[in-house]
Each structure stands twice: as structure tokens, then as C-alpha cells.
Write a protein that binds this ligand. Structure first.
Ligand SMILES: C[S@@+](CC[C@H](N)C(=O)[O-])C[C@H]1O[C@@H](n2cnc3c(N)ncnc32)[C@H](O)[C@@H]1O
Length: 261
């Protein structure tokens, strides 16, 4: 079944509904960071992986195709799961990948069910981060890994910047600092934590495109254009988000955290 259009008449547009509709999701650091995360989590052919907040399924399908492992992807939005299933079919990996709707704060899996749990830019958007990290740790087997790539404040931002970021990216909860994220992983019982922090870098961000083929990029382009032409609410939504806050990337960066269960 084709994805439904988000309700554009509603000025309360959802950032993620919109992404599911245009068919692409992203995280800071692009494809290059995904590959580093895979390496740091020691993912190989025999690893059973859970990806929380899988979006349109790009990383899960890449893992199954490139590394030959079995992957389960979960996301809160049905639109994301529809897209992910289509991607798995297109890429011929339905025998190794499975997608389902689930909340990262309440994962529908038994303890120690997976070898590795990964998440790319999802916990940033969750209010109860401790609960979500603890859930990721709970479903990873002892000796397995939890690997996260998440946004963080590199320096304490002014309140006005925090407000702007909330508005532009719909990040309602607080974004932690490095210490904040470390505390969350430790609080979930993870040890031997490896951390790599990054500043925004255009070259790295451009590797985002490599996750998607021409067809995906084309669909994203024409669907965005279609909405822009046809829908005044969408035009207003975009206009309000056209300019990123000044000096944003002096303060906002991202980091990879890999902890051992
Ligand atoms: C910024 S997107 C990143 C998607 C994907 N990881 C990627 O890198 O392309 C965040 C994703 O997290 C999902 N999400 C947000 N809150 C969630 C929750 N509580 N449980 C599961 N997924 C959630 C959103 O629907 C969205 O697909």
C-alpha cells in the first residue's frame, strides 16, 4: 500500500511523517558514520542486529546486503515501516530483514535477544532517554554491544538557540552533553564505552546521499516540490525552517557511543 500523504492542511506538521512521505530519513555524519558504527559494534555475518528508529530502513537493508547479517528494524511510525519493507523487497533482503512498529522505550523483545543494538539519531528525539537506552541494553546479550550515533551539545548553548533547534528539527526533549549521554549509557549498565565526537562537516554530511539511490532522491525531490507547489501549509512550514540558527554548529555536534553489555 502506498504511503498516505501527511495531513498538510494541519499546520502541526510532523517532521517524521513528512520524511516518511518523501521517503528519506537521515542522521548527522551520513553514511560514513554508519559504516564506523557498524565497525565499532563488531557487526559481521553472524551478528543478529536490532536497529531502533530505523526510519526508511536504509541502514538495516545495507547491513543485510553488505554484511549478510540478520536485522530487525523498529520504528514508531507505520509510514517508516511501510517504506522499510518496500526497500527490503527492492534490495532483495526480505529473507534477512524484518521491520515492525515499536517504541524504543518499550521494546517487544525478550532480554538478551540480540547480539547488537544500534540507533542513529533517534534517542535525541525521545523524552525518557534513560528508559530507551536501558531497553536497548536489556535486549542486547551479555558481551554484545549497544551503539548509538546521537546529537549532543558540544558547548552550552544560549536558551534562544535551544528554542530555535526545537522548532527547526522538532526536537522537543533536551539534547544531552557528552557527560549526559555517558551517564545514560552507564545508567543502563553498559561498560567499556567507546566515544567519538564530531563537529558538523559538509563533506561527511554529503555521504548521506550514498545511502539512497537515484530513484529515492528523485522521489524525495518531486514529492517535496509537489507539496511546496500545492500546499500553503507546507510552504509556511518550510519558510519557517529555511534558515538554520546562526553559529548552530559551533554548539551542536554528534557523537558515537558504543557500550558493552
Ligand atoms: C532522525 S530519524 C533517523 C532515522 C534513521 N535512523 C536514519 O538514520 O535515517 C529518527 C527516527 O526515529 C523514529 N522514532 C522517534 N521516536 C521513536 C521511538 N520512541 N521509538 C521508535 N522510533 C522512534 C522516527 O520515527 C524516525 O524514523
Amino acid at each position: 500500500m502506498e504511503n498516505k500523504k501527511p495531513k498538510m492542511a494541519n499546520p502541526e506538521l510532523s517532521y517524521f511523517e513528512l520524511q516518511a512521505y518523501v521517503g528519506t530519513t537521515k542522521h548527522m555524519g551520513g553514511f560514513e558514520t554508519t559504516k564506523e558504527l557498524i565497525e565499532l559494534c563488531h557487526i559481521g555475518k553472524d551478528t543478529y542486529v536490532l536497529e531502533v528508529g530505523c526510519g526508511v530502513g536504509a541502514t538495516a537493508c545495507y547491513l543485510a546486503k553488505k554484511h549478510g547479517c540478520r536485522v530487525v528494524g523498529v520504528d514508531l511510525l507505520e509510514g517508516m515501516i511501510d517504506r522499510s519493507n518496500k526497500r527490503a523487497q527492492k534490495e532483495g533482503v526480505t529473507n534477512r530483514v524484518e521491520f515492525r512498529v515499536a517504541d524504543a522505550q518499550n521494546l517487544p523483545f525478550e532480554d538478551a535477544f540480540f547480539d547488537v543494538v544500534i540507533g542513529e539519531s533517534i534517542l535525541t528525539f525521545i523524552r525518557d532517554k534513560q528508559r530507551a537506552v536501558s531497553e536497548c541494553a536489556r535486549v542486547a546479550r551479555p558481551g554484545g554491544y549497544v551503539g548509538l550515533n546521537e546529537e549532543l551539545w558540544l558547548e552550552t548553548p544560549a536558551e534562544s538557540l535551544v528554542k530555535q533547534v526545537r522548532h527547526v528539527w522538532d526536537i522537543k526533549p533536551d539534547i544531552p552533553t557528552l557527560e549526559g549521554w555517558m551517564g545514560l549509557l552507564e545508567g543502563a549498565g553498559l561498560g567499556d564505552i567507546v566515544v567519538q565526537t564530531y563537529r558538523f562537516d559538509t563533506r561527511r554530511e554529503s555521504t548521506q546521499v550514498q545511502r539512497y539511490g537515484f530513484q529515492d532522491m528523485w522521489r524525495m525531490f518531486y514529492r517535496t516540490l509537489f507539496l511546496y507547489i500545492k500546499n500553503p501549509a507546507f510552504r509556511k512550514y518550510m519558510a519557517e525552517r529555511r534558515h538554520l540558527p546562526k553559529h548552530l554548529f559551533k554548539y551542536l555536534g554528534y557523537a558515537m557511543f558504543v557500550g558493552k553489555r
